[in-house]
Design a protein around this ligand. Structure first.
Ligand code: DGJ
Length: 735
């Protein structure tokens, strides 16, 4: 609900459990008065204090008043140059070379339904689900208009934000920074949690107290990156999984980003999230506008678990455009770890034939099917089927796969080109490179300049031809290097600071075209695993290959970290061969299965090499997944223990929204002799109901929530234990 008090210029956003408030003060400055657990409302500017602070300047409009300074007030969207020395959200270079903007309130409007952003990913919401508030600020001297968009999803406790900057003046201005979100909070005693890592070990949470000054993470790799994720949490020192105040902030963007938090001199804190200012400079000619990517906020005073579940629900229902909706997706087998580049049609059909009797439904042909792609040094850019490997093209192969009762999926990497390709020989200037310098290579490939329409059109036409040549129901869109040598032959020198962002817009445009032309196609995002796992990609690709690391024990950490912002149904996860190719670790099929089931679930191995016993286990595993997919894909997710903390096991649960059904998963760590007795305390159940556990005994919900379920002692490392709980209606004596 949005409460617009025009008279007092007071704007209050209520969600079910939170309240967010802004007020334009006597000088027209938009102040941020409150964001936190829901309160009744009223004018919360009573919380603000004014005092004379040395070295904190007073704006010209304040005259001789020395107690009014932008340097100390909580602000909604802070432009640089006006005497606020904290990290800015907006930095504008005027036609005269100045870097000052004074944004003052102009008007506010409420609209039913959620705003959309042209060409950019954004949460969507019908009138019954969301409302929009648009607050317009203006800088009179520059004649610059800044529109702040707020989307309020009351039931999800989610507030989205985006900003549009319009040049209404007669001169050209340049945006040096345009963040999507600025959040000023009282107090400095917060912890900052970011999700960091590297290729094959993405999104590991890192928590540290906010120090005085600015702390930031970000990416300047052109993608959101394996190294840091555009999702961060500010939380109270005491906040944990089930208690405490926390604020999650997510940027729906797949390129360079920065998440910066500052603890100020007077113990207030500011979080700024948006496109990274590195090599960003957007020219706005008179009349032109720039729209930032969207950011989304969730506040919870019941810890990280409740925060994550709010994000998960909102993402599932109002961000993902999944052709399957809540229907079960086919269980897939991917050819990559089974064959790498070494295959022909017969080998692929053999793989599929070994999969079909196990209940696997979708065969995905990964890299190596096109051009002269016999290794990762050649062929990228030439999107025509290699008929030496696949005689008769995709049509012939797909017919053979379909004859086995399976559907077919295909891997592509449209943004890239190998120098050893027909495409590069014909259009060397289509790859990003700086004149006079040889471009850096990554995995022996260069990056196509997707900021250019003719490049996108060429690649899109080739992809469309291939995807139309046979029935393809799934595409894995991969991207395997960071951007370097970012310079576009299509843009003037003063516009080169636009290339990174135009590249991302180009990727989004391509994906949107694909969605429009093939509305039933399931697209999985991928960037060497989880190098572009973000809310932006999720708008186009409702699932993303979570990591190239398929080791089940490492995946516990990767999927745990990912789950803080993103729901399990978005995490591409497969069972692969053991010992694992990335770690050399051996883990049982049961463990690999339980971990992969908490993602999109599939396989990435040659079943022909499995023993009859293993094949039987896999068949049962697939059956189990199909039976419980509704819980796994649409249930609420509870992190019961952390794989990052010393402890005998990692546990998590998927619980139906009504609390009547749950699937609890547990994986033990490396073992020791004479283990102590432990019980696992569950979450999300109804204390007043009794639950039948694994079809056996009845357990009272309140006991499972308080005392927990006693965990049997296991021999061996990395063992798995799954509990299926179902509430029974008639209350009969438990135990
Ligand atoms: C990187 C991906 O993450 C892998 O799963 C696989 O598709 C390879 N690329 C293929 O080159």
């Amino acid at each position: 609900m949005i409460v617009l008090d025009k008279e007092h210029k007071l704007f209050t956003l209520h969600t079910q459990n939170t309240t967010y408030q802004m007020k334009a003060d006597a000088y027209g400055v938009l102040l941020h008065t409150y964001y936190g657990p829901r309160v009744r409302g009223g004018d919360l500017s009573c919380l603000l204090q004014y005092t004379d602070r040395s070295f904190s300047p007073n704006p010209n409009a304040a005259g001789t008043c020395r107690t009014y300074s932008l340097d100390v007030l909580p602000r909604e969207y802070a432009a640089s140059g006006g005497g606020d020395f904290r990290i800015p959200s907006l930095e504008v270079e005027g036609p005269d070379g100045s870097h000052t903007a004074s944004l003052r309130f102009a008007e506010a409007q409420v609209r039913p339904g959620k705003y959309a952003l042209e060409g950019l990913p954004a949460f969507f919401g019908a009138e019954a689900e969301a409302d929009t508030l648009v607050i317009t600020l203006e800088d009179a001297a520059l004649q610059l208009q800044v529109e702040l968009f707020y989307g309020v999803f009351e039931a999800h406790d989610l507030i989205t934000r985006a900003v549009r900057v319009v040049n209404r003046g007669e001169g050209t201005v340049r945006l040096r920074q345009a963040a999507s979100l600025c959040l000023d909070l009282p107090g400095g005693d917060w912890d900052l949690i970011t999700f960091d890592g590297r290729h094959v070990m993405e999104r590991c949470p890192s928590r540290a107290p906010l120090r005085p000054g600015v702390q930031s993470v970000g990416s300047v790799r052109g993608t959101s990156s394996h190294q840091h994720n555009p999702f961060a949490i500010l939380c109270g020192r005491e906040a944990g999984e089930e208690h405490g105040l926390c604020y999650g902030a997510m940027l729906l963007y797949s390129g360079n980003f920065q998440a910066a938090a500052e603890r100020s001199q007077f113990e207030s804190s500011r979080l700024v999230l948006g496109i990274h200012p590195y090599h960003f400079c957007w020219t706005l000619d008179p009349g032109a506008s720039f729209t930032t990517p969207e950011a989304a906020l969730v506040c919870s005073n019941q810890g990280f678990g409740a925060m994550s579940r709010r994000f998960h629900r909102a993402i599932r229902s109002n961000l993902l455009r999944d052709p399957y909706g809540d229907r079960r997706k086919p269980v897939l087998v991917n050819s990559w770890e089974a064959t790498y580049f070494d295959f022909d049609a017969d080998k692929l059909v053999e793989l599929a034939a070994a999969s079909a009797p196990l209940g696997v439904e979708l065969f995905v042909l990964d890299d190596g099917w096109f051009g002269a792609r016999d290794s990762d040094s050649s062929g990228l850019g030439d999107w025509t089927v290699n008929e030496r490997k696949l005689p008769g093209g995709l049509e012939a192969l797909v017919a053979r796969i379909q004859a086995l009762g399976m559907s077919f999926g295909l891997w592509v990497e449209p943004e890239m080109v190998n120098e050893d390709s027909e495409l590069y020989r014909a259009h060397p200037d289509w790859a990003l490179s700086v004149p006079g310098r040889g471009p850096s290579r990554g995995r022996a490939q260069l990056v196509l300049d997707f900021s250019r329409k003719e490049v996108r059109d060429h690649i899109y036409a080739a992809l469309k031809r291939v995807l139309s040549s046979a029935e393809v129901s799934y595409v894995k869109w991969d991207m395997n290097r960071s951007l370097t040598d970012v310079w576009s032959a299509a843009l003037a020198s003063e516009r080169q600071g636009e290339v990174y962002h135009r590249y991302v817009l180009g990727v989004y445009e391509m994906l949107e075209r694909l969605r429009q032309d093939f509305p039933n196609l399931l697209i999985e995002g991928c960037s060497g695993g989880g190098g572009r796992f973000d809310g932006g990609m999720l708008y186009y690709t409702p699932q993303i290959w979570c990591s190239d690391n398929t080791d089940a024990v490492d995946r516990l950490r990767i999927q745990y970290g990912t789950s803080f912002g993103y729901p399990p149904c978005t995490m591409g996860a497969h069972v692969s061969a053991t010992p694992n190719e990335q770690t050399g670790r051996t883990a049982s099929l049961e463990t690999r299965g339980a971990v992969a089931m908490s993602g999109t679930f599939g396989y990435e191995m040659d079943f022909g090499k499995s023993s009859p016993e293993e094949r039987e286990t896999i068949r049962k595993q697939v059956e189990f997944f199909k039976k419980h997919h509704h819980l796994l894909q649409t249930g609420d997710y509870y992190r019961l223990t952390s794989p990052f903390q010393e402890g005998p096991y990692t546990a998590w649960a998927h619980v139906s929204p009504d609390g009547r059904e749950a699937l609890v998963n547990l994986v033990t760590g490396s073992t020791h002799a004479a283990l102590p007795f432990t019980s696992l305390r569950l979450q999300g159940l109804d204390p007043n109901l009794d639950y039948r556990v694994n079809g056996g005994k009845l357990w009272p919900g309140d006991v499972l929530l308080t005392a927990g379920y006693p965990i049997p002692l296991f021999l061996g490392d990395y063992q798995t234990f799954q509990l299926y709980l179902e509430a029974v209606d008639a209350s009969s004596p438990a135990f």
